[in-house]
Design a binder for this molecule. Structure first.
Ligand SMILES: Cc1cc2nc3c(=O)[nH]c(=O)nc-3n(C[C@H](O)[C@H](O)[C@H](O)COP(=O)(O)OP(=O)(O)OC[C@H]3O[C@@H](n4cnc5c(N)ncnc54)[C@H](O)[C@@H]3O)c2cc1C
Length: 318
């Protein structure tokens, strides 16, 4: 016999745990299945989460797991490999270890993967002194030298953004972009230095970034390197259900993929909701959590409708 739940939440980051908390408090039977690999795991602290400013990512998630458990929700460590509709509106969720559980509704909050440019040493320092988001790390790097490594046209936007936190910004063009004269004027007006030529790798001293090394051997001292990652939705489970991640754009440029959903997180498949980075690459921790709550309320409302319809049918058949 496979265990059956009203809602199975796939992914136990901020979005999933927030949804699971609201559903548990709504007296639904809930199982969260989480692989334990949240996007911000390399970062020391979470910033811009009101009331929990500076909390380590793992600490917030441990509190979330405890809060879900306190209301009767179950949290399990595991990886979901696929989910299938059973034809009666319910779903079978299959885990990598071969186990399976049944669910009336699914909330999928599997997040996204930051696909980094292929520069030696970069991935190892991601989230520490190789950064992307000034709202997450800008304050900590304020007034220090920052280098933006261009991988596409949005690098100019990034350089202008980071200039808000420090007046020592250098844009390394590589062979990724050729700014127009108007763009050069905008960068120069904000005092942003522009360096031609390709970055060969990072210069690291001890366990700290010291700068970037050009192919010429020249080293530029830096406290942090900024890159544009591609935001790839972790959509394998949703794809197993027949949904497809679509390209997401910013200022006319593709920045990654996401699973489409409506304002409540409902997808094109009845009974399947999404929340957080898997559907919204811009979501920060607090907005991912809010989206999880929003989807949970929609799922609960949807189950109330079904429970009421079934009760009416049962009454009429008596
Ligand atoms: C380096 C870095 C620093 C950041 N710092 C901040 C910050 O300071 N403040 C801020 O607000 N935001 C920050 N962010 C953004 C933040 O990481 C996201 O907003 C947040 O993680 C989105 O939450 P989520 O629940 O959608 O996804 P996640 O937190 O990524 O959670 C998804 C969960 O689903 C699990 N999962 C995935 N696939 C499966 C599967 N098949 N089966 C089971 N489980 C699965 C994963 O293991 C993971 O635990 C940062 C991001 C990065 C990369």
């Amino acid at each position: 016999m496979e265990d059956s739940y009203e809602v199975v939440v796939i992914g136990g980051g901020a979005a999933g745990l927030s949804g699971a908390l609201a559903l548990s408090r709504a007296r639904r039977t809930v199982l969260v299945i989480d692989a334990g690999d949240p996007r911000n795991a390399p970062a020391e602290h979470i910033h811009n989460y009101l009331g929990r400013e500076g909390t380590p990512p793992g600490e917030l998630l441990m509190s979330g797991r405890d809060e879900v458990s306190a209301y009767g929700g179950e949290v399990m460590t595991g990886t979901v490999t696929s989910a299938e509709p059973l034809g009666d509106g319910t779903f079978r969720v299959v885990l990598a270890d071969g186990k399976a559980v049944l669910a009336r509704r699914l909330l999928v909050t599997t997040g996204l993967v930051d696909e980094l440019p292929d520069i030696p040493g970069l991935a190892e320092r991601w989230g520490r002194d190789v950064l992307h988001c000034p709202y997450c790390h800008g304050w900590e790097i304020r007034d220090q030298p920052v280098g933006v490594l261009a991988t596409g046209p949005l690098a100019i936007h990034q350089a202008l953004m980071w200039r808000q936190w420090t007046d020592d910004v250098t844009l390394f063009l590589g062979d990724a972009i050729e700014p127009t004269s108007h763009e050069f004027d905008r960068l120069a007006a904000r005092g942003i230095a522009v360096v031609d030529g390709a970055v060969a790798g990072l210069q690291v001293t001890g366990d700290r970034l010291a700068g970037v090394r050009m192919h010429t051997g020249q080293v530029f001292p830096l406290a942090a390197v900024v890159v544009t990652a591609a935001f790839a939705a972790r959509s394998e489970v949703l794809e197993s259900l027949g949904l497809e991640a679509t390209d997401q754009e910013m200022a006319g440029h593709v920045v990654g993929t996401a699973i489409a959903s409506d304002a409540t997180g409902a997808t094109a498949i009845p009974g399947v909701w999404v929340a957080g980075n898997v559907t919204d690459w811009k979501a920060q921790v607090i907005t991912a959590a809010a989206a999880g709550l929003n989807a949970a309320a929609a799922i609960n409302g949807n189950l109330i409708e079904e429970d009421t319809r079934l009760a009416v049918e049962a009454k009429l058949s008596c």
